[in-house]
Design a protein around this ligand. Structure first.
Ligand code: GLC
Length: 574
């Protein structure tokens, strides 16, 4: 017995030693593997609630409608949803004009439904990001109503008020323009002063120099975080502060602002956009959300400017600010290999790990990407392959997964206040410039099936915006049944991305030797493997100079030495 026991001991001793060694090796390997927070690796689906799904029969999408469609989003493979605002609002800017941050607009539901929505998202292992409009409120907000009463009211300086110039003080206090052009100052007859509005006149800017305003808004943030919201998309975050000197902005020769440069209308927006204090404010807001850490919450800013400036919203003098910012060059980048390469290289230069760029190709303000791509399903597939494999946080706008096109709605029929403001511009000029100033055109109802109103609402009601004519061909039901549809391509790439950590958080390296005027290629790698993404962004077949590897996915289900026009591939090298 004894020798046996000894043998056993010796054996179990060796076994233990091996286990310890293995344990040590695996923990040190895990120690090497960097742990990334959820928002770094996530994929986001943007819902414009008014247009997603109407459960109540009034022709307007609602929160219950979102709950009913959550499984659709989860099955597609998205992990996070961002919902455009659904708070109480006179809806002059369809929710971006809030009159109560603590209440839900009745057409969207009520607080109990909102809480159910948050729970329903979490039950599916997903995250939910709300839209937070901190820069301005609606002019109908009780804060503004009180502020407008007189210079002595309780909230007199909750907004940006200035006395006008000239006789009777009826000329604006300075030359600042709103981001839409035209003076940003609106005269208020009761208060006999001007208030500042960076966007539309019914959206007065809050005055963040007033600590009470800051606290009031931070309380809003805490309120929703306590309810379990996983983060916020921050509306017009680069307009939070204006310069307290109220100096005139300098003249400049630019007419149309761009994503890269918000100057325009012959003015440099030096004193009212991207102010130093707005960068610092991002760090204060970060500190507020960090009061809530299980799980970590996420802040993504809507900001405009060159990437180097925008980075300051994420990192201000070595302090942490927003987790990420939109980099809207994505909305106008040309669909060519050199243009995409230049975009990626500039984002990688300014936002190297641990920063992370955001890739969004459509949203509720801009022309839908499918139409920008000339309504080509091939190109839409290629763009999706790029978006879900490049290093970044991908944002998909509802319907983008179907190739939902931009609608064509005449300016005179527009509900969008922006279109109403620019109604005087001849339509042909706008179309000629390839633009859309009527945001209704990208906000039309989601295309669920080929039934009445594309299944968006009950057949007996009228949808708030006309349903796109293409719904009998382009809709969820039809694409689900078609193995080769864009929707099923989204599903495949999203599911691959979920399995391959290198595609989520791995290193990114441009494969220069494979790049050309036609081809853009890059590697993603981590300890799990090395992956090549190769995009033929041309209408010619090409023979790329890579060999070996295992083809995981092709936009064209092809596998030959030649890549077809507009084909993209994902190849794995173990
Ligand atoms: C942002 C929103 C836009 C809104 C504006 C004013 O740009 O994306 O839809 O109209 O801010 O809040």
């Amino acid at each position: 017995m004894r020798p046996m026991k000894n043998r056993c001991c010796r054996k179990s001793g060796r076994y233990l030693l091996i286990c310890c060694l293995l344990g040590f090796m695996t923990t040190s390997a895990a120690g090497n593997a960097k742990a990334y927070p959820w928002w770094c690796a996530t994929t986001v689906y943007q819902i414009y609630p008014r247009s997603f799904f109407d459960s109540s029969g009034d022709g307007i999408g609602d929160l219950q409608g979102i709950i009913e469609k959550l499984d659709y989003i989860r099955e597609l493979g998205f992990e996070t949803i961002w919902i455009s605002p659904f708070f109480k609002s006179p809806q002059q800017d369809f929710g971006y004009d809030i009159s109560d941050y603590y209440d839900i607009a009745p057409e969207y539901g009520d607080m109990a439904t909102c809480e159910r929505l948050i729970r329903a998202v979490h039950q599916r292992g997903m995250k939910v990001v709300f839209d937070l409009v901190m820069n301005h409120t609606s002019a109908e907000h009780p804060w503004f109503k009180d502020s407008a009463l007189s210079a002595y009211s309780d909230r007199a300086d909750w907004y940006v008020w200035r006395t006008g110039k000239g006789k009777n003080n009826r000329r604006p206090p300075n030359n600042w323009k709103s981001v839409l052009g035209g003076s940003a100052w609106i005269y208020h007859p009761q208060r006999k002063q001007f208030y500042y509005a960076a966007f539309l006149p019914f959206q007065p800017d809050l005055n963040y120099y007033n600590p009470q305003v800051k606290e009031a808004m931070f309380d809003v943030v805490r309120f929703w975080l306590r309810k379990g919201v996983d983060g916020f998309r921050l509306d017009m975050f680069n307009a939070i502060y204006e310069d307290s000197s109220f100096q005139d902005n300098p003249f400049c020769l630019r007419l149309i602002p761009s994503e890269e440069n918000p100057d325009g209308f012959f003015q440099q927006y030096r004193y009212n956009l991207n102010h130093e204090k707005s960068f610092a404010f991002a760090t204060e807001l970060r500190a507020v959300v960090e009061e809530f850490h299980e799980p970590e919450r996420f802040l993504v800013g809507e900001v405009f400017g060159p990437p180097a400036t925008l980075k300051r919203f994420c990192d201000y003098q070595g302090r942490k600010g927003l987790h990420a910012v939109f980099l809207f060059q994505t909305l106008s980048v040309r669909f060519t290999a050199p243009a995409l390469r230049a975009l990626v290289e500039s984002f990688e230069k300014e936002f190297p790990d641990p920063f992370i760029p955001v890739y969004a190709f459509s949203n509720h303000d801009r022309k839908r990407s499918f139409s920008r791509l000339g309504e080509s399903m091939e190109k839409a597939r290629l763009l999706a392959l790029f978006q879900f494999t490049v290093r970044g946080i991908p944002f998909t706008y509802y319907g983008e997964e179907l190739g939902m096109p931009q609608s064509n709605i005449p300016m005179r029929a527009a509900k969008d206040p922006l279109a109403q403001r620019f109604r005087w511009i001849p339509q042909f000029l706008i179309r000629w410039a390839g633009q859309s100033l009527n945001r209704d055109e990208c906000r039309t109802p989601m295309l669920w099936n080929d039934q009445a109103h594309a299944g968006f609402c009950h057949p007996a009601c009228t949808p708030w915006l006309p349903v796109s004519d293409c719904y009998s061909e382009i809709n969820v039901e039809r694409q689900k049944a078609d193995e080769h549809s864009l929707l099923n391509f989204y599903k495949r790439i999203l599911h691959l991305r979920r399995q391959i950590t290198a595609l989520q958080t791995g290193r990114m390296e441009v494969a220069s030797h494979l790049c050309s005027t036609r081809i853009f290629a890059y590697y993603r790698s981590d300890e799990s493997g090395k992956y090549l993404v190769i995009l033929n962004m041309s209408n010619k077949s090409v023979k790329p100079a890579y060999s070996g590897g295992e083809l995981l996915l092709s936009t064209h289900a092809s596998n030959g030495a030649f890549m077809q026009p507009w084909e993209g591939r994902l190849v794995c090298f173990h």
